[in-house]
Design a protein. Structure first.
Length: 228
C-alpha cells in the first residue's frame, strides 16, 4: 500500500469518527482512534506515523515490543490482546495503555512490575458484557473486586472498561452490548465513587454504533490498514 493510501484511509476514518461523535451530540474530539497495527509491517505503520498518527494497538506482547523499538519514541502503544502473566514485563516497559486486565492478580502484577520498570500504564478492565462463552474478559459482577484492587495500586491508573462485541451481531445486539458497558461503568462510578472516564469499544465493523453508545476509544485495524 502506498503512503497516500494509508494516510488517506486514516484521514477518512478520523473524519468519520468526528462526524459520528457530533451526530451523537458529543464533541468532535470525544473519541480517540487506536489504529490496530497487529500483523502490519513496521514500514506501513511508519506511514501512518508520517501521516501524524501516534496511537497504535497490538495484541501480542512480542510484536508490541518489537514495533515499539523499531518505530519512533513518540508512538503511544496500546496492548489490546490477552495478557499472560509471564509477558507483563515487556508490556509494562512499552505500553502506555493495557486494555485487557481480567483479574485482580494480573492487575497487582502489572502494578508491581510497572513499579520496578519505572512506568505507570493506564489500564482498562476487559468485560464480557454479553456473556458469550468464547469471549475474553470478566463477567460484569467480577469488575468490582478488580476496582477494589486498583484502589491499592500506585504504579498504574485504572481508567475505564473495554469490551469486544460478538462478531457479526445485529445492530440491536451491538447497541445492547455497548450500551450495557456504558451503564455498567455508570453504576460502578456511582457505587464506588471512582473515576472510570474511558470506554474502549468499537472495531472496523461496529465503531459507529459504539460511538453512539459512548465509546471514548475505538480500536480500528482493517479500515485503516486494509484486510489482514
Ligand atoms: C484486531 C482487533 C481489533 C481491530 O479489528 P478490526 O476489525 O480490524 O478493526 C480491535 N480490538 C481487538 C481486541 C483486536 O484484537
Amino acid at each position: 500500500m502506498s503512503t497516500t493510501a494509508v494516510g488517506e484511509r486514516l484521514g477518512r476514518v478520523v473524519a468519520d469518527i468526528a462526524a459520528h461523535s457530533e451526530q451523537a451530540g458529543r464533541a468532535g474530539n470525544a473519541v480517540s482512534l487506536v489504529a490496530v497495527s497487529k500483523t502490519v509491517s513496521t514500514d506501513i505503520v511508519l506511514q501512518a506515523h508520517d501521516a501524524g498518527h501516534r496511537a497504535f494497538g497490538e495484541n501480542r506482547p512480542q510484536e508490541l515490543e518489537r514495533k515499539a523499538r523499531e518505530l519512533p519514541d513518540d508512538c503511544e502503544w496500546h496492548m489490546i490482546g490477552h495478557l499472560q502473566k509471564n509477558k507483563v514485563r515487556p508490556v509494562c516497559r512499552h505500553a502506555h495503555w493495557i486494555h485487557s486486565v481480567d483479574s485482580p492478580a494480573l492487575l497487582k502484577r502489572i502494578d508491581r512490575i510497572a513499579g520496578e520498570e519505572g512506568t505507570c500504564p493506564n489500564v482498562l478492565i476487559q468485560v464480557n458484557i454479553t456473556g458469550e462463552d468464547t469471549k475474553a474478559g470478566v463477567d460484569p459482577a467480577e469488575v468490582r473486586p478488580i476496582l477494589d484492587a486498583a484502589a491499592e495500586c500506585r504504579n498504574l491508573t485504572c481508567a475505564g472498561l473495554m469490551t469486544m462485541a460478538p462478531f457479526g451481531a445485529s445492530e440491536a445486539l451491538l447497541r445492547e452490548a455497548f450500551g450495557g458497558l456504558r451503564q455498567l461503568r455508570d453504576k460502578l462510578v456511582v457505587e464506588g465513587e471512582c473515576q472510570l472516564p474511558h470506554l474502549s469499544m468499537g472495531m472496523s465493523g461496529d465503531y459507529r454504533i459504539a460511538i453512539a453508545e459512548g465509546a471514548t476509544m475505538v480500536r480500528i485495524g482493517t479500515a485503516v490498514f486494509g484486510a489482514r
